[in-house]
Design a protein around this ligand. Structure first.
Ligand SMILES: Nc1c(C(=O)O)ncn1[C@@H]1O[C@H](COP(=O)(O)O)[C@@H](O)[C@H]1O
Length: 162
């Protein structure tokens, strides 16, 4: 099956974060493509990727970037597919720069922004699966099961408080 989620990131250095997104998509067997694309370093590729994403069969774009993280917003400016932005934790400013660069989009061009770092990357994957589950009962059931398992783990964890 061809990819329906595009996972892009500004640099290979984002992979340790963005692989968490891909792990979720693997878990739910959602076909995806992963790629390094940068608004700053490869602007033409970024435009081309975003502009043709719908035509190429993608339904959601997940974009992770750190620092001056313009990638998610710029991609959103060139597509009407939903864009989920993941602020990668930067070394200099701990990801606050990434978060603020992604979250504060002007009205009319939305980016669904997650938390900074790995938790955000996990949630980006889950959010994408939730979007797809709106029209896919199997995915919806698997999301329910995952939530139930999470609840069980938390409930059982109380017993470890000795
Ligand atoms: N924020 C962006 C963009 C962009 O927004 O287009 N392109 C690369 N980067 C970010 O630069 C950081 C450092 O990259 P390097 O490790 O390659 O120097 C990465 O977190 C990347 O997402």
């Amino acid at each position: 099956m061809s990819a329906i989620v595009s996972v892009i990131m500004g640099s290979t250095s984002d992979w340790s974060t963005m692989k968490e997104t891909c792990a979720i998509l693997d878990e739910f067997e959602v076909p995806y493509e992963k790629k390094v694309v940068s608004a700053h370093r490869t602007p033409d590729l970024m435009f081309e990727h975003a502009e043709n994403a719908r035509k190429n069969g993608f339904r959601i774009i997940i974009a992770g970037a750190g620092g001056a993280a313009h990638l998610p917003g710029m991609v959103a400016s060139k597509t009407t597919l939903p864009v989920i932005g993941v602020p990668v934790q930067s070394r200099a400013l701990s990801g606050l720069d990434s978060l603020l660069s992604i979250v504060q989009m002007p009205g009319g061009v939305p980016v669904a922004t997650t938390a900074i770092g790995s938790a955000g990357a996990v949630n980006a994957g889950l959010l994408a699966v939730e979007m797809l589950a709106m029209t896919d009962e199997t995915l919806a059931e698997r999301l329910e099961t995952r939530r139930e398992n999470l609840k069980k783990i938390v409930l059982e964890s109380s017993e470890k408080l000795v």
